[in-house]
Design a protein around this ligand. Sequence first.
Ligand code: ADP
Ligand code: MG
Length: 343
Amino acid sequence: MLISDLGGEAALINLIRDKYGAPGVGDLALGIGDDAALIRSGDGFLVVTADLLVENTHFRMEINEPYLLGWKSAAVNISDIAAMGGLPTYSFVSIGLPDIEVGVVEAIYEGMRDVSAQYGSVLAGGDTVASPSGIVINVTQLGMVETDKVARRDGAKPGDAILVTNTIGDSRAGLELLLKFGRPHPSPLLQGEGATGVRGSESCGPRHLKPEPKIPEARAAVGTGKVHSMMDLSDGLAADLRKLCEASRVGARVIAAALPISEDTHIAAARLDLDPVHLAAGGGEDYELLLTCDPKAAVEIARAIASTGSTSRVIGEITEGSDVTLALPNGEEEPIGGSWEHF
Ligand code: ADP
Ligand code: MG
């Protein structure tokens, strides 16, 4: 049977978890199935996550540049530590490389170093191999989290408010703009002209190429002690909320009109002839936080997140059952859809 016949990436991970996972063995408090694993250590947990980026699947060197590639490789892993409520500590980087310029490899490591330093993590090891077919980067990120600050995917309860930080859909809009219009003014820091050169949607390109993990926001949220469940938005709201609901054995209703969509994404959507709600619900790689809490705690959590300079907003509620729906302005309710599927 092919992976696609099995049901794709999620189905394969479920198979691996069920047949080869080891929940509860030794100090493994949480194994396969969340943003990161939790291993009991001292008064808290060691948090461990790994992500693999493959050239032409996850990134394209035509629209990317080595520094940003390094940045993003580390950032997406740090984001998974944020998703658990933790702080990143050490990383291990395994890299497969064609015979390219040493300067390119250094630029990749500079990007990884800069985002890691920003959130308090350092490089501790890795592996290097030849890869004639393109660049492959695996980052294994370690972190720590206190017992009372752990946020998992499986804690959502019917009646919970669903919150999302900042705006979503920007990264997908940025990718579409980059693919369509290219990068007229490449700049390692993505400042000034804007990464896509499309007037009015300048923030979308950087959101795709240089994501910021939401460590301070996550720490502020779990610091209230009132987060029921949390994850980061890597595959898009539709796909990720489904994962959260599946883990928590609940459903959800998202209000389309409540989705936080930036002005830049609205402008990009108009230029690309795409639906902004579809970008926000289906577009991945925003690396914002998705969390649930008792509706009475939503204001306190939003205030804590606001203290970091980010916004957050209630986009819907957790329901009984297993349906994950999007309530449209015309009163209709449809299954929330559109996601990034590897197979
Ligand atoms: P995220 O998108 O947050 O990085 P993933 O969907 O990649 O999460 O992974 C979900 C869970 O499945 C994680 O617990 C991860 O460790 C686990 N996982 C993914 N792929 C594998 C694999 N090939 N073998 C073992 N565990 C895996
Ligand atoms: Mg994640």
